[in-house]
Design a binder for this molecule. Structure first.
Ligand code: HEC
Ligand code: HEC
Ligand code: HEC
Ligand code: HEC
Ligand code: HEC
Ligand code: HEC
Ligand code: HEC
Length: 258
């Protein structure tokens, strides 16, 4: 019974694999092409943010207090600053009377606009485990608000904001839980490197060190009130099966288990 199932399974996965390969090759090429184009707009010149404000009042107002508002970068004869540092030179867009897809870059569709300055971020998104930004499935603006005063998805006064940014898509980790893991109050980024990471689930570390940063006590290997010396720590990570698998919170067990 099992043998047949396994064989069928392999057959199906092989067929699917080959089919996927054929399907994904052209897609990959399209994606690659899209992200290697610099946000330059052929034939267009810089007109300055003042010009944009006439039609985009909302973004202009928001942008006044943004980190990026204070940046000016020399580029040949011109200085790249304001709206056009992300949206590209705007003269053709303005001449056309504006409009969607009209001679202007929208970084929501093309992160290359951000990578022009944040080159290190492109590398982070190429790490083995990453949010699918380069794949075009989401964008920087799903977590960052490029116009608002807080480009970061959190504020100096509230780490909870970063969690809110995540709950938009990851509701499950937000609970509510009967036993919530207090670590979450420090923000999801205490354990996850959300652009990308070399470890699965974008974890900062995939071993017990992830947890021992906070849980190591003077009485170690006693953690809590229980010795973890022989049957626990040597057996696997803190969040291995049968241990504290409900790392975000639990409704079943105060020691964060399912
Ligand atoms: C004459 C009015 C006008 C001016 C000036 C103008 N825009 Fe626009 N722009 C528009 C209109 C209309 C749209 C379409 C908006 C919509 O459909 O909601 C648009 C759309 C956009 C979009 C979205 C494009 C897309 O494909 O999604 C961006 C980005 C943008 N403008 C940036 C700018 C910038 C930067 C400037 C200054 C360099 C500027 N605009 C100047 C009228 C203008
Ligand atoms: C740091 C980069 C950055 C700067 C600087 C910037 N924008 Fe944007 N803009 C974005 C991103 C990212 C998006 C897509 C996400 C969104 O819609 O919020 C966007 C979207 C837009 C849109 C389209 C909104 C829609 O409805 O789809 C307009 C219009 C726009 N920006 C205008 C401006 C204007 C005007 C300025 C200057 C006052 C400006 N932007 C400065 C990054 C930037
Ligand atoms: C013209 C260059 C340039 C472009 C384009 C640009 N940035 Fe920035 N960005 C900067 C600089 C400079 C800083 C401030 C210095 C720093 O903290 O690195 C900054 C800061 C930031 C910060 C940290 C803000 C803070 O409060 O600490 C974020 C987040 C960010 N940028 C996201 C983006 C995103 C998303 C885009 C594309 C939509 C983008 N940037 C496009 C130059 C740029
Ligand atoms: C899944 C949500 C998410 C996405 C998507 C995302 N970011 Fe971030 N970004 C964050 C968080 C959270 C932080 C704070 C990092 C921390 O505290 O460890 C951050 C920090 C930053 C910073 C400032 C701190 C630093 O590391 O230098 C920059 C700049 C930045 N992001 C740029 C980008 C750009 C550019 C993109 C798109 C290519 C992007 N981010 C996409 C969540 C995201
Ligand atoms: C716009 C939606 C969106 C937002 C916002 C978002 N994510 Fe994600 N997240 C995704 C997608 C899509 C994946 C990839 C899922 C996949 O590959 O199956 C993902 C994957 C992950 C994974 C790996 C999951 C796995 O099973 O491998 C972690 C961890 C994660 N996100 C954490 C975060 C954190 C922390 C934040 C907030 C800083 C955040 N995400 C914000 C959409 C989002
Ligand atoms: C104390 C560390 C820690 C914190 C804080 C944390 N996570 Fe996780 N998260 C983990 C670990 C460990 C895993 C991997 C579990 C595994 O592989 O069995 C994980 C896995 C995930 C996954 C993959 C699906 C799953 O549940 O296994 C997502 C999505 C995720 N985390 C999102 C978040 C979000 C959103 C936040 C903030 C609200 C957050 N995490 C805060 C440790 C943490
Ligand atoms: C940012 C610090 C921090 C990190 C990192 C962290 N925790 Fe916690 N954890 C806490 C705090 C604070 C409490 C609540 C106080 C307490 O019980 O020690 C807690 C409580 C717990 C509890 C419930 C206490 C009990 O009696 O059983 C468990 C289980 C737990 N954490 C497991 C983990 C695991 C597994 C990891 C790694 C995936 C981890 N923690 C990472 C801060 C952290």
């Amino acid at each position: 019974m099992i043998k047949i199932k396994l064989r069928t399974f392999f057959l199906i996965s092989m067929v699917c694999g080959i089919a996927l390969l054929f399907l994904s090759v052209p897609n990959l090429q399209a994606a690659k092409k899209e992200i290697t184009e610099v946000p330059a707009i052929e034939g267009a010149e810089y007109v300055g943010s003042e010009t944009c404000s006439a039609c985009h009042e909302e973004q202009t107002k928001e942008f006044k207090l943004s980190t990026h508002e204070r940046i000016a970068i020399p580029a040949g004869d011109a200085t790249v600053e304001g709206c056009e540092m992300c949206h590209g030179p705007g003269s053709l867009h303005v001449e056309a009377g504006g409009g969607r897809g009209k001679h202007i870059v929208n970084p929501k569709k093309n992160p290359e606009a951000c990578f022009a300055c944040h080159t290190d971020k492109k590398i982070e998104f190429q790490l083995p485990y990453h949010h699918p930004v380069l794949e075009g499935k989401m964008s920087c603006s799903d977590c960052h608000n490029a116009h608002a005063p807080e480009v970061r998805p959190w504020t100096a006064t509230s780490l909870k904001d970063v969690n809110e940014a995540c709950f938009k898509c990851h509701k499950e980790q937000g609970g509510p839980f009967v036993w919530e893991h207090e670590a979450l109050r420090e923000g999801c980024t205490t354990c996850h490197k959300v652009h990308g990471s070399i470890t699965d689930k974008m974890l900062i570390a995939r071993d017990s060190n992830l947890c021992l940063r906070c849980h190591v006590q003077a009485t170690f290997p006693i953690i809590g009130r229980v010795s973890h010396a022989t049957s626990r720590i040597p057996v696997g990570t803190c969040f291995s099966a049968a241990c504290h698998t409900a790392v975000h919170g639990s409704n079943f067990d105060e020691h964060l288990r399912y």
